[in-house]
Design a protein around this ligand. Structure first.
Ligand code: CCH
Length: 280
């Protein structure tokens, strides 16, 4: 049955520590993937936020519009219903929190529980009604593309080259699912631990195109058990990106620090916080 925290009476509005505990309580499950829902929760927080455009302030995590069609049906969001459903009992135990705050907080808690940095997070997002105007499909990155595309997509959100590489380090977590994205396999051998292993694997393996029926992806020549997307490989082939890959592979502390800043910023894009609110 569900953890005790989820069956007790609704928590006090504003008790984010209680929400964090409930999220931590639903993370582990030996029947799912590598034993943790952490990675897919991080992906939900990112896709909820990564629709933002700086030039007009549209998109972003505020509104939690991925609850509704068409956003929940975008190809880029395939598989994220798993993460949204997982959080329903948490929402039921803490009905006062908005979905938009819950989804972003869940990504933050998952990263922390998997051994990653503390990511500054504050509440303030509200939920939009079904039928609210949403952004067009196509704002999330396409794994088949390279460095220019990454700069276009992340530049639209206001991120620079260093931010792009730091955020890409989240691929140390989780895996690709053929029934979701069409790609297959994990980037590291420790997909439920947040670390700088992604950068080490990128640098230390010989990556060759995988011979299979699926879309172009790369596998490590030696064990053929790890993968890289074409968009991951762009971090190696672009000189500026590679400089940061080298740095983060050597210095996990620097990666954690830069990731925490960039991920926190990502989750806050477009959110109308009251002017003087402090970070919780
Ligand atoms: Fe990612 N990502 N991501 N990604 N992603 C996929 C899975 C995860 C791209 C494509 C894919 C970020 C950036 C990019 C995660 C976090 C982040 C998958 C497989 C594809 C494809 C989905 C599947 O099949 O389940 C591309 C392209 C980019 C370009 O930059 C960023 C930024 C983040 C977070 C900061 C995580 C975590 C996963 C694993 C999900 C899981 O279910 O295991």
């Amino acid at each position: 049955g569900p953890p005790a925290l989820l069956t007790s009476k609704p928590s006090t509005p504003g008790d984010y520590a209680a929400v964090r505990q409930s999220i931590a309580g639903v993370l582990d499950n030996n029947d799912y993937d590598d034993g943790s829902y952490g990675p897919v929760l991080v992906r939900l927080a990112w896709h909820a936020s990564g629709t933002y455009a700086k030039k007009d302030g549209s998109g972003g995590s505020n509104g939690a519009t991925m609850r509704f069609a068409p956003e929940c049906e975008w190809a880029a969001n395939a598989g994220l219903a798993v993460a949204r459903k997982l959080l329903e009992p948490v929402k039921a135990a803490h009905p006062w929190i908005s979905y938009a705050d819950l989804w972003t907080l869940a990504g933050v808690v998952a990263i922390e529980e998997m051994g990653g940095p503390v990511v500054p997070w504050r509440p303030g997002r509200s939920d939009a009604p079904d039928g609210a105007k949403i952004v067009p499909d196509g704002r999330l990155p396409d794994a088949k593309q390279g460095a220019k595309h990454l700069r276009d997509i992340f530049g639209r959100m206001g991120f620079d080259d260093k931010d792009i590489v730091a955020l890409s380090g989240a691929h140390t977590l989780g895996r690709c699912h053929p029934d979701r994205s069409g790609f297959s396999g994990p980037w590291t051998n420790a997909p439920t631990t947040f670390s700088n292993l992604y950068f080490q694997e990128l640098l230390n393996n010989k990556w060759v195109p995988k011979k299979w029926d699926g879309p172009l992806q790369y596998e490590d020549a030696k064990t053929q058990s790890l993968m890289m997307l074409p968009s991951d490989m762009a971090l190696l082939s672009d000189r500026t990106f590679k400089k940061y890959v080298n740095q983060y592979a050597k210095d996990e502390e620097a990666f954690f620090k830069d990731f925490a800043v960039a991920f926190s910023k990502l989750l806050e894009l477009g959110v109308p916080f009251p002017a003087a609110a402090a970070k919780a």
